[in-house]
Ligand binder design. Structure first.
Ligand code: ADP
Length: 509
Protein backbone atom coordinates (compact mmCIF):
# COMPACT_ATOMS: atom_id res chain seq x y z
CA UNK A 1 0.00 0.00 0.00
CA UNK A 2 1.31 3.48 -0.84
CA UNK A 3 0.91 5.75 2.15
CA UNK A 4 1.78 9.43 2.27
CA UNK A 5 1.99 11.26 5.59
CA UNK A 6 1.71 15.02 5.29
CA UNK A 7 2.95 16.61 8.49
CA UNK A 8 4.78 19.57 9.97
CA UNK A 9 7.06 17.69 12.40
CA UNK A 10 9.25 14.62 12.43
CA UNK A 11 11.72 13.65 15.13
CA UNK A 12 14.58 14.44 15.50
CA UNK A 13 14.99 16.89 12.62
CA UNK A 14 11.84 18.99 13.13
CA UNK A 15 10.56 18.41 16.65
CA UNK A 16 8.30 20.53 18.80
CA UNK A 17 6.28 17.89 20.61
CA UNK A 18 4.88 14.37 20.49
CA UNK A 19 3.60 14.72 16.93
CA UNK A 20 7.20 14.42 15.69
CA UNK A 21 7.71 11.13 17.55
CA UNK A 22 4.49 9.77 16.07
CA UNK A 23 5.30 10.58 12.44
CA UNK A 24 8.73 8.98 12.74
CA UNK A 25 7.65 5.96 14.80
CA UNK A 26 4.54 5.17 12.77
CA UNK A 27 6.29 5.62 9.40
CA UNK A 28 9.13 3.33 10.46
CA UNK A 29 6.77 0.69 11.82
CA UNK A 30 4.77 0.70 8.59
CA UNK A 31 7.93 0.45 6.50
CA UNK A 32 9.02 -2.54 8.59
CA UNK A 33 5.66 -4.05 7.65
CA UNK A 34 6.63 -3.68 3.98
CA UNK A 35 4.38 -0.72 3.24
CA UNK A 36 5.45 1.92 0.73
CA UNK A 37 5.55 4.99 2.98
CA UNK A 38 6.79 8.53 2.40
CA UNK A 39 6.33 11.90 4.03
CA UNK A 40 5.86 15.45 2.83
CA UNK A 41 7.19 18.18 5.14
CA UNK A 42 7.96 21.90 4.90
CA UNK A 43 11.59 22.64 4.18
CA UNK A 44 12.28 24.64 7.34
CA UNK A 45 15.51 26.62 7.51
CA UNK A 46 15.77 25.38 11.11
CA UNK A 47 15.76 21.66 10.17
CA UNK A 48 18.39 19.74 12.13
CA UNK A 49 19.78 17.99 9.11
CA UNK A 50 22.52 15.81 10.67
CA UNK A 51 20.39 12.67 10.49
CA UNK A 52 19.36 13.17 6.87
CA UNK A 53 21.10 11.33 4.06
CA UNK A 54 20.88 11.19 0.25
CA UNK A 55 19.68 14.78 0.02
CA UNK A 56 18.76 15.65 -3.57
CA UNK A 57 17.18 18.71 -5.07
CA UNK A 58 14.55 17.81 -7.63
CA UNK A 59 15.45 19.53 -10.92
CA UNK A 60 11.80 20.26 -11.71
CA UNK A 61 10.14 22.60 -9.25
CA UNK A 62 6.38 22.72 -8.75
CA UNK A 63 4.25 25.64 -9.81
CA UNK A 64 1.65 26.62 -7.25
CA UNK A 65 -0.79 29.50 -7.41
CA UNK A 66 -1.44 30.70 -3.86
CA UNK A 67 -3.16 33.93 -2.90
CA UNK A 68 -3.04 35.08 -6.54
CA UNK A 69 0.76 34.75 -6.66
CA UNK A 70 2.60 32.23 -8.77
CA UNK A 71 5.01 30.38 -6.53
CA UNK A 72 7.91 28.27 -7.67
CA UNK A 73 8.21 25.49 -5.13
CA UNK A 74 11.48 23.65 -4.73
CA UNK A 75 11.42 19.98 -3.81
CA UNK A 76 14.19 18.31 -1.84
CA UNK A 77 14.17 14.58 -1.31
CA UNK A 78 16.11 13.00 1.55
CA UNK A 79 16.16 9.87 3.69
CA UNK A 80 15.68 10.02 7.44
CA UNK A 81 16.94 6.56 8.37
CA UNK A 82 14.80 4.40 6.07
CA UNK A 83 12.00 6.98 5.68
CA UNK A 84 11.83 8.96 2.39
CA UNK A 85 10.82 12.59 2.87
CA UNK A 86 9.93 15.26 0.32
CA UNK A 87 10.57 18.76 1.63
CA UNK A 88 8.75 21.69 0.06
CA UNK A 89 9.56 25.40 0.15
CA UNK A 90 8.64 28.41 -1.97
CA UNK A 91 11.75 29.37 -3.91
CA UNK A 92 10.05 32.50 -5.22
CA UNK A 93 8.61 35.07 -4.89
CA UNK A 94 9.24 34.65 -1.14
CA UNK A 95 9.91 31.72 1.18
CA UNK A 96 7.52 30.65 3.97
CA UNK A 97 9.78 28.52 6.13
CA UNK A 98 12.98 30.52 6.28
CA UNK A 99 12.48 31.24 9.99
CA UNK A 100 14.15 30.45 13.30
CA UNK A 101 11.26 28.37 14.65
CA UNK A 102 8.72 25.95 13.26
CA UNK A 103 5.63 27.68 14.71
CA UNK A 104 4.79 30.91 16.45
CA UNK A 105 4.38 33.46 13.65
CA UNK A 106 1.45 35.73 12.84
CA UNK A 107 1.14 34.22 9.37
CA UNK A 108 1.24 30.56 10.50
CA UNK A 109 -2.17 29.88 8.97
CA UNK A 110 -1.01 31.18 5.59
CA UNK A 111 2.31 29.33 5.84
CA UNK A 112 0.66 25.97 6.43
CA UNK A 113 -2.19 26.64 3.99
CA UNK A 114 0.46 27.24 1.35
CA UNK A 115 2.23 24.04 2.40
CA UNK A 116 -1.04 22.06 2.24
CA UNK A 117 -1.75 23.34 -1.25
CA UNK A 118 1.82 22.62 -2.41
CA UNK A 119 1.62 19.10 -0.94
CA UNK A 120 -1.62 18.28 -2.74
CA UNK A 121 -0.10 19.61 -5.99
CA UNK A 122 2.94 17.38 -5.48
CA UNK A 123 0.68 14.36 -4.95
CA UNK A 124 -1.37 15.20 -8.02
CA UNK A 125 1.72 15.66 -10.20
CA UNK A 126 3.82 12.75 -8.98
CA UNK A 127 1.87 10.36 -6.79
CA UNK A 128 -1.61 9.96 -8.16
CA UNK A 129 -1.25 6.23 -7.40
CA UNK A 130 -1.12 6.91 -3.66
CA UNK A 131 -3.65 4.85 -1.65
CA UNK A 132 -3.74 6.71 1.65
CA UNK A 133 -3.09 10.35 2.47
CA UNK A 134 -2.55 10.54 6.22
CA UNK A 135 -2.81 14.06 7.70
CA UNK A 136 -1.80 15.35 11.11
CA UNK A 137 -3.33 18.24 13.07
CA UNK A 138 -4.71 21.61 11.92
CA UNK A 139 -1.61 22.58 9.98
CA UNK A 140 -2.31 19.96 7.30
CA UNK A 141 -6.08 19.76 7.82
CA UNK A 142 -6.75 21.76 4.67
CA UNK A 143 -5.40 18.93 2.54
CA UNK A 144 -8.62 16.95 3.19
CA UNK A 145 -11.00 19.47 1.56
CA UNK A 146 -8.43 20.32 -1.09
CA UNK A 147 -8.29 16.69 -2.12
CA UNK A 148 -12.04 16.13 -1.86
CA UNK A 149 -13.07 19.28 -3.69
CA UNK A 150 -10.26 19.96 -6.16
CA UNK A 151 -9.01 16.53 -7.15
CA UNK A 152 -11.53 13.81 -6.22
CA UNK A 153 -10.92 12.01 -9.52
CA UNK A 154 -7.22 12.59 -10.17
CA UNK A 155 -6.32 11.45 -6.69
CA UNK A 156 -7.91 8.13 -5.88
CA UNK A 157 -6.39 8.06 -2.39
CA UNK A 158 -8.52 8.04 0.76
CA UNK A 159 -7.74 10.59 3.45
CA UNK A 160 -7.24 9.82 7.10
CA UNK A 161 -6.88 12.67 9.56
CA UNK A 162 -5.18 12.21 12.93
CA UNK A 163 -6.03 14.69 15.66
CA UNK A 164 -3.12 15.08 18.07
CA UNK A 165 -4.55 17.97 20.09
CA UNK A 166 -7.99 19.58 19.90
CA UNK A 167 -6.65 22.72 21.56
CA UNK A 168 -5.14 23.99 18.33
CA UNK A 169 -7.86 24.29 15.68
CA UNK A 170 -6.57 26.61 12.95
CA UNK A 171 -9.26 29.27 13.11
CA UNK A 172 -9.11 32.13 10.61
CA UNK A 173 -11.28 34.26 8.33
CA UNK A 174 -12.99 32.80 5.30
CA UNK A 175 -10.66 34.88 3.09
CA UNK A 176 -8.27 31.93 3.29
CA UNK A 177 -10.59 29.87 1.10
CA UNK A 178 -10.06 32.10 -1.93
CA UNK A 179 -6.29 31.93 -1.44
CA UNK A 180 -6.40 28.16 -1.96
CA UNK A 181 -9.02 28.10 -4.73
CA UNK A 182 -11.85 26.97 -2.48
CA UNK A 183 -14.19 29.82 -3.30
CA UNK A 184 -16.98 30.27 -4.10
CA UNK A 185 -18.52 27.29 -2.32
CA UNK A 186 -22.12 26.17 -2.11
CA UNK A 187 -23.67 26.81 1.34
CA UNK A 188 -23.72 23.07 2.00
CA UNK A 189 -20.00 22.73 1.38
CA UNK A 190 -19.11 25.96 3.14
CA UNK A 191 -20.87 24.68 6.26
CA UNK A 192 -18.04 22.15 6.55
CA UNK A 193 -15.57 24.98 7.08
CA UNK A 194 -17.51 27.36 9.32
CA UNK A 195 -16.28 27.80 12.84
CA UNK A 196 -18.96 26.88 15.40
CA UNK A 197 -18.47 30.29 17.06
CA UNK A 198 -20.76 33.24 16.37
CA UNK A 199 -18.76 34.95 13.63
CA UNK A 200 -20.02 33.64 10.30
CA UNK A 201 -16.84 34.71 8.52
CA UNK A 202 -14.58 32.52 10.66
CA UNK A 203 -13.52 29.14 9.43
CA UNK A 204 -12.05 26.27 11.39
CA UNK A 205 -9.55 24.00 9.67
CA UNK A 206 -9.94 21.13 12.12
CA UNK A 207 -13.66 21.09 11.52
CA UNK A 208 -13.03 21.02 7.77
CA UNK A 209 -10.73 18.01 8.21
CA UNK A 210 -13.47 16.22 10.18
CA UNK A 211 -15.95 16.89 7.37
CA UNK A 212 -13.78 16.09 4.39
CA UNK A 213 -11.65 13.14 5.60
CA UNK A 214 -12.70 9.57 5.02
CA UNK A 215 -11.60 8.63 8.51
CA UNK A 216 -10.57 10.43 11.71
CA UNK A 217 -8.34 9.07 14.41
CA UNK A 218 -7.06 10.49 17.61
CA UNK A 219 -4.16 9.36 19.71
CA UNK A 220 -5.80 7.38 22.50
CA UNK A 221 -9.16 5.67 23.03
CA UNK A 222 -9.88 7.71 26.18
CA UNK A 223 -9.25 11.03 24.42
CA UNK A 224 -11.54 9.91 21.57
CA UNK A 225 -14.26 9.52 24.19
CA UNK A 226 -13.49 12.75 26.08
CA UNK A 227 -13.55 15.07 23.07
CA UNK A 228 -17.10 14.01 22.23
CA UNK A 229 -18.28 15.60 25.49
CA UNK A 230 -18.95 19.31 26.06
CA UNK A 231 -16.31 19.53 28.80
CA UNK A 232 -13.39 18.55 26.57
CA UNK A 233 -14.85 19.07 23.10
CA UNK A 234 -13.56 22.68 22.84
CA UNK A 235 -16.63 23.69 20.85
CA UNK A 236 -16.24 20.91 18.29
CA UNK A 237 -17.91 18.14 20.31
CA UNK A 238 -21.21 18.30 18.37
CA UNK A 239 -19.25 17.79 15.13
CA UNK A 240 -17.24 14.96 16.64
CA UNK A 241 -20.41 13.30 17.91
CA UNK A 242 -21.90 13.70 14.45
CA UNK A 243 -18.88 11.94 12.92
CA UNK A 244 -18.39 9.37 15.67
CA UNK A 245 -18.88 6.58 13.13
CA UNK A 246 -15.61 7.51 11.46
CA UNK A 247 -13.73 8.50 14.63
CA UNK A 248 -11.40 6.05 16.36
CA UNK A 249 -8.85 6.33 19.16
CA UNK A 250 -5.59 4.51 18.44
CA UNK A 251 -3.00 4.68 21.20
CA UNK A 252 0.35 6.16 20.16
CA UNK A 253 3.38 3.98 20.54
CA UNK A 254 7.04 4.88 20.86
CA UNK A 255 9.91 3.72 18.69
CA UNK A 256 11.51 0.89 20.69
CA UNK A 257 14.78 1.15 18.75
CA UNK A 258 15.22 4.83 19.49
CA UNK A 259 13.97 4.56 23.06
CA UNK A 260 15.95 1.60 24.34
CA UNK A 261 17.80 1.77 27.67
CA UNK A 262 19.95 -1.21 26.62
CA UNK A 263 21.46 0.52 23.58
CA UNK A 264 20.70 4.26 23.88
CA UNK A 265 23.81 6.16 22.74
CA UNK A 266 22.85 9.23 24.81
CA UNK A 267 23.33 7.25 28.05
CA UNK A 268 26.54 6.70 30.01
CA UNK A 269 25.41 3.22 31.19
CA UNK A 270 22.87 0.79 29.86
CA UNK A 271 20.32 -1.26 31.73
CA UNK A 272 17.34 -3.56 31.35
CA UNK A 273 14.65 -4.90 33.66
CA UNK A 274 16.90 -7.88 34.40
CA UNK A 275 19.76 -5.63 35.37
CA UNK A 276 18.69 -2.43 37.04
CA UNK A 277 22.01 -1.66 38.72
CA UNK A 278 23.16 0.60 35.92
CA UNK A 279 20.03 2.70 36.27
CA UNK A 280 21.64 3.94 39.48
CA UNK A 281 24.76 4.89 37.49
CA UNK A 282 22.53 6.84 35.10
CA UNK A 283 21.04 8.63 38.09
CA UNK A 284 24.44 9.56 39.42
CA UNK A 285 25.75 10.85 36.10
CA UNK A 286 22.58 12.86 35.61
CA UNK A 287 22.97 14.45 39.05
CA UNK A 288 26.59 15.27 38.22
CA UNK A 289 25.69 16.65 34.80
CA UNK A 290 23.08 18.96 36.33
CA UNK A 291 25.24 19.85 39.29
CA UNK A 292 22.91 18.29 41.85
CA UNK A 293 23.95 16.44 45.04
CA UNK A 294 24.63 12.79 44.15
CA UNK A 295 22.11 11.26 46.51
CA UNK A 296 21.56 7.63 45.55
CA UNK A 297 18.67 6.73 47.81
CA UNK A 298 16.50 9.79 47.53
CA UNK A 299 13.72 9.83 44.90
CA UNK A 300 14.58 11.93 41.87
CA UNK A 301 11.38 13.22 40.26
CA UNK A 302 11.33 14.64 36.72
CA UNK A 303 8.83 16.58 34.69
CA UNK A 304 9.58 16.76 30.96
CA UNK A 305 7.18 18.98 29.05
CA UNK A 306 6.33 22.09 27.13
CA UNK A 307 5.22 24.54 29.80
CA UNK A 308 1.70 25.24 28.53
CA UNK A 309 -1.56 25.37 30.54
CA UNK A 310 -2.56 21.89 29.27
CA UNK A 311 0.27 20.34 31.31
CA UNK A 312 -1.14 21.48 34.68
CA UNK A 313 1.27 24.30 35.54
CA UNK A 314 -0.11 24.94 39.04
CA UNK A 315 0.24 21.25 39.87
CA UNK A 316 3.75 21.13 38.45
CA UNK A 317 4.80 23.97 40.76
CA UNK A 318 3.13 22.23 43.67
CA UNK A 319 4.90 18.97 42.78
CA UNK A 320 8.25 20.77 42.99
CA UNK A 321 7.48 22.14 46.45
CA UNK A 322 6.04 18.82 47.67
CA UNK A 323 9.09 16.92 46.44
CA UNK A 324 11.40 19.28 48.30
CA UNK A 325 9.28 18.94 51.45
CA UNK A 326 9.51 15.16 51.15
CA UNK A 327 13.29 15.58 50.83
CA UNK A 328 13.43 14.37 47.25
CA UNK A 329 15.04 15.92 44.21
CA UNK A 330 13.27 17.48 41.21
CA UNK A 331 14.22 18.25 37.60
CA UNK A 332 11.95 20.44 35.50
CA UNK A 333 12.92 20.09 31.86
CA UNK A 334 11.26 22.12 29.12
CA UNK A 335 10.35 25.68 28.35
CA UNK A 336 7.31 27.74 27.50
CA UNK A 337 6.41 29.25 24.13
CA UNK A 338 4.26 31.72 26.14
CA UNK A 339 6.49 34.54 27.50
CA UNK A 340 4.33 35.23 30.56
CA UNK A 341 4.46 31.57 31.64
CA UNK A 342 8.20 31.39 31.02
CA UNK A 343 8.71 34.52 33.13
CA UNK A 344 6.69 32.94 35.92
CA UNK A 345 8.88 29.83 35.94
CA UNK A 346 12.04 31.96 35.65
CA UNK A 347 10.90 33.67 38.82
CA UNK A 348 10.32 30.37 40.61
CA UNK A 349 13.73 29.18 39.53
CA UNK A 350 15.27 32.40 40.88
CA UNK A 351 13.46 31.93 44.20
CA UNK A 352 14.77 28.37 44.52
CA UNK A 353 18.25 29.02 43.16
CA UNK A 354 19.98 28.21 46.43
CA UNK A 355 18.20 24.85 46.57
CA UNK A 356 20.61 22.31 45.11
CA UNK A 357 17.93 19.58 45.04
CA UNK A 358 15.85 21.24 42.36
CA UNK A 359 17.04 21.95 38.85
CA UNK A 360 15.27 23.95 36.16
CA UNK A 361 16.49 23.25 32.63
CA UNK A 362 14.63 25.68 30.38
CA UNK A 363 15.81 24.14 27.18
CA UNK A 364 13.06 23.81 24.61
CA UNK A 365 14.76 20.98 22.83
CA UNK A 366 17.69 18.84 23.88
CA UNK A 367 17.10 15.26 22.82
CA UNK A 368 20.18 13.58 24.40
CA UNK A 369 19.53 15.27 27.75
CA UNK A 370 15.88 14.20 27.56
CA UNK A 371 17.06 10.58 27.20
CA UNK A 372 19.38 10.92 30.21
CA UNK A 373 16.60 12.44 32.33
CA UNK A 374 14.23 9.54 31.53
CA UNK A 375 16.99 7.04 32.38
CA UNK A 376 18.35 8.71 35.51
CA UNK A 377 15.11 9.69 37.26
CA UNK A 378 13.10 7.52 39.63
CA UNK A 379 9.71 9.07 38.95
CA UNK A 380 8.10 11.25 36.31
CA UNK A 381 5.13 13.46 37.02
CA UNK A 382 2.43 14.37 34.45
CA UNK A 383 -0.40 16.29 36.15
CA UNK A 384 -2.03 17.32 32.84
CA UNK A 385 -5.40 19.05 32.73
CA UNK A 386 -6.00 17.16 29.50
CA UNK A 387 -3.63 14.89 27.59
CA UNK A 388 -4.47 13.46 24.16
CA UNK A 389 -1.93 10.64 24.58
CA UNK A 390 1.23 11.84 26.26
CA UNK A 391 4.50 10.19 25.39
CA UNK A 392 6.63 11.12 28.36
CA UNK A 393 4.94 8.60 30.67
CA UNK A 394 5.36 5.88 28.03
CA UNK A 395 9.04 6.68 27.52
CA UNK A 396 9.48 6.80 31.30
CA UNK A 397 7.99 3.30 31.66
CA UNK A 398 10.45 2.00 29.08
CA UNK A 399 13.32 3.52 31.12
CA UNK A 400 12.19 2.15 34.48
CA UNK A 401 10.96 5.53 35.71
CA UNK A 402 7.67 5.28 37.57
CA UNK A 403 4.89 7.57 36.27
CA UNK A 404 2.66 9.60 38.56
CA UNK A 405 -0.12 10.97 36.39
CA UNK A 406 -3.52 12.54 36.35
CA UNK A 407 -5.93 9.97 34.96
CA UNK A 408 -7.03 11.70 31.75
CA UNK A 409 -6.75 10.96 28.04
CA UNK A 410 -3.88 8.73 27.04
CA UNK A 411 -2.45 8.88 30.57
CA UNK A 412 -5.50 6.87 31.67
CA UNK A 413 -4.88 4.33 28.90
CA UNK A 414 -1.23 3.74 29.84
CA UNK A 415 -0.75 4.19 33.60
CA UNK A 416 -2.48 1.94 36.12
CA UNK A 417 -2.27 2.65 39.84
CA UNK A 418 -0.86 0.00 42.15
CA UNK A 419 -4.05 0.34 44.21
CA UNK A 420 -6.41 0.23 41.24
CA UNK A 421 -8.64 -2.75 41.87
CA UNK A 422 -10.38 -3.12 38.51
CA UNK A 423 -7.27 -4.56 36.85
CA UNK A 424 -4.93 -7.39 37.88
CA UNK A 425 -2.07 -6.26 40.16
CA UNK A 426 0.46 -7.60 37.64
CA UNK A 427 -0.74 -4.93 35.17
CA UNK A 428 -0.20 -1.98 37.51
CA UNK A 429 2.72 0.31 36.72
CA UNK A 430 2.47 3.62 38.56
CA UNK A 431 0.37 6.10 40.52
CA UNK A 432 -2.67 8.03 39.37
CA UNK A 433 -5.04 10.67 40.68
CA UNK A 434 -8.27 12.05 39.29
CA UNK A 435 -9.16 15.55 40.57
CA UNK A 436 -6.96 18.32 39.14
CA UNK A 437 -6.16 19.49 42.65
CA UNK A 438 -2.90 20.00 44.49
CA UNK A 439 -4.23 17.77 47.26
CA UNK A 440 -4.87 14.79 44.96
CA UNK A 441 -1.49 15.19 43.25
CA UNK A 442 0.27 15.48 46.60
CA UNK A 443 -1.40 12.30 47.90
CA UNK A 444 -0.16 10.29 44.91
CA UNK A 445 3.34 11.72 45.07
CA UNK A 446 3.50 10.95 48.80
CA UNK A 447 2.30 7.37 48.18
CA UNK A 448 5.11 6.96 45.64
CA UNK A 449 7.72 8.27 48.09
CA UNK A 450 6.42 5.92 50.79
CA UNK A 451 6.71 2.86 48.57
CA UNK A 452 10.22 3.90 47.49
CA UNK A 453 11.44 4.44 51.06
CA UNK A 454 9.62 1.68 52.93
CA UNK A 455 9.34 -1.16 50.40
CA UNK A 456 12.21 -0.79 47.98
CA UNK A 457 11.83 -4.40 46.83
CA UNK A 458 8.21 -3.64 45.84
CA UNK A 459 9.42 -0.46 44.15
CA UNK A 460 11.86 -2.48 42.05
CA UNK A 461 9.11 -4.91 41.08
CA UNK A 462 6.95 -1.96 40.05
CA UNK A 463 9.76 -0.65 37.84
CA UNK A 464 10.19 -4.08 36.26
CA UNK A 465 6.46 -4.47 35.56
CA UNK A 466 6.48 -1.11 33.75
CA UNK A 467 9.58 -1.97 31.75
CA UNK A 468 8.10 -5.24 30.56
CA UNK A 469 4.94 -3.65 29.18
CA UNK A 470 4.83 -3.13 25.46
CA UNK A 471 3.98 0.32 24.14
CA UNK A 472 5.91 -0.03 20.90
CA UNK A 473 4.38 0.83 17.53
CA UNK A 474 3.99 -2.88 16.81
CA UNK A 475 0.29 -3.13 17.76
CA UNK A 476 -0.74 0.44 17.03
CA UNK A 477 0.71 0.38 13.51
CA UNK A 478 -1.32 -2.79 12.90
CA UNK A 479 -4.42 -0.90 13.96
CA UNK A 480 -3.60 1.87 11.49
CA UNK A 481 -2.99 -0.69 8.75
CA UNK A 482 -6.34 -2.33 9.45
CA UNK A 483 -8.01 1.05 9.31
CA UNK A 484 -6.29 1.97 6.03
CA UNK A 485 -7.64 -1.27 4.52
CA UNK A 486 -11.10 -0.57 5.90
CA UNK A 487 -11.30 2.96 4.45
CA UNK A 488 -10.01 1.76 1.12
CA UNK A 489 -12.84 -0.79 0.96
CA UNK A 490 -15.48 1.63 2.18
CA UNK A 491 -17.55 2.89 -0.73
CA UNK A 492 -19.87 4.97 1.41
CA UNK A 493 -17.50 7.54 2.91
CA UNK A 494 -17.96 11.14 1.77
CA UNK A 495 -20.95 10.16 -0.39
CA UNK A 496 -22.59 13.43 0.65
CA UNK A 497 -20.06 15.11 -1.64
CA UNK A 498 -21.74 14.74 -4.99
CA UNK A 499 -20.19 15.46 -8.36
CA UNK A 500 -21.65 18.97 -8.30
CA UNK A 501 -19.50 19.81 -5.28
CA UNK A 502 -16.36 19.60 -7.33
CA UNK A 503 -14.77 22.94 -8.04
CA UNK A 504 -14.16 23.21 -11.75
CA UNK A 505 -11.27 24.85 -13.57
CA UNK A 506 -8.84 24.91 -10.74
CA UNK A 507 -5.32 25.92 -11.45
CA UNK A 508 -3.07 23.18 -12.79
CA UNK A 509 -5.90 20.63 -13.05
P1 ADP B 1 3.24 17.24 23.66
O1 ADP B 1 3.13 16.69 22.28
O2 ADP B 1 1.98 17.82 24.21
O3 ADP B 1 4.38 18.22 23.79
P2 ADP B 1 3.97 14.53 24.47
O4 ADP B 1 4.14 13.94 25.83
O5 ADP B 1 3.01 13.85 23.55
O6 ADP B 1 3.60 16.06 24.67
O7 ADP B 1 5.37 14.55 23.70
C1 ADP B 1 6.44 15.29 24.17
C2 ADP B 1 7.70 14.87 23.43
O8 ADP B 1 8.61 15.97 23.46
C3 ADP B 1 8.42 13.70 24.10
O9 ADP B 1 9.16 13.00 23.12
C4 ADP B 1 9.39 14.42 25.05
O10 ADP B 1 10.51 13.63 25.37
C5 ADP B 1 9.78 15.59 24.19
N1 ADP B 1 10.27 16.76 24.92
C6 ADP B 1 9.59 17.58 25.74
N2 ADP B 1 10.39 18.56 26.19
C7 ADP B 1 11.60 18.35 25.64
C8 ADP B 1 12.87 19.02 25.70
N3 ADP B 1 13.04 20.11 26.42
N4 ADP B 1 13.89 18.50 24.98
C9 ADP B 1 13.72 17.39 24.24
N5 ADP B 1 12.57 16.72 24.14
C10 ADP B 1 11.53 17.20 24.82
Amino acid sequence: MKICHIATEISPIAKVGGLSDVTLGLARALIQKKQDVFLILPHYACLKTEDLSSIERDPTPLKVLFNKNNYTVSIFKAMLYEVPIYFLEAASPEPFFDREKIYGYKDDIDRFAFFSLAAIELLKERFSDCDIIHLHDWQTALVAPLKALLYPKTLKAKTLFTLHNLNYQGQTTDRLLAKVHLSPLSPKIKEGFLDPGKNKHRINLLKAAFYFSDSITTVSPKYAEEIQGTKDGKGLDPILRHFKGKLKGILNGIDYEIWNPQTDSALHSHFSYQNLENKLHCKKSLQLELNMPTKAHVPLVACVCRLVPQKGLRLIKKAIMTTLKLKGQFILFGSSPIPKIQADFDELSETLKEHKDVKFVFDSYNEPLAHRIYAGSDMIICPSIFEPCGLTQIIALRYGTVPIVRKVGGLANTVFDIEQDDIPFKDTNGFTFIPATCEAMKTSLTRAFKLYHRHFDEWQKLIKRGMQMNFSWQDSSNEYLKLYHKVLMDKSSLTWLTESCRIKDVVND
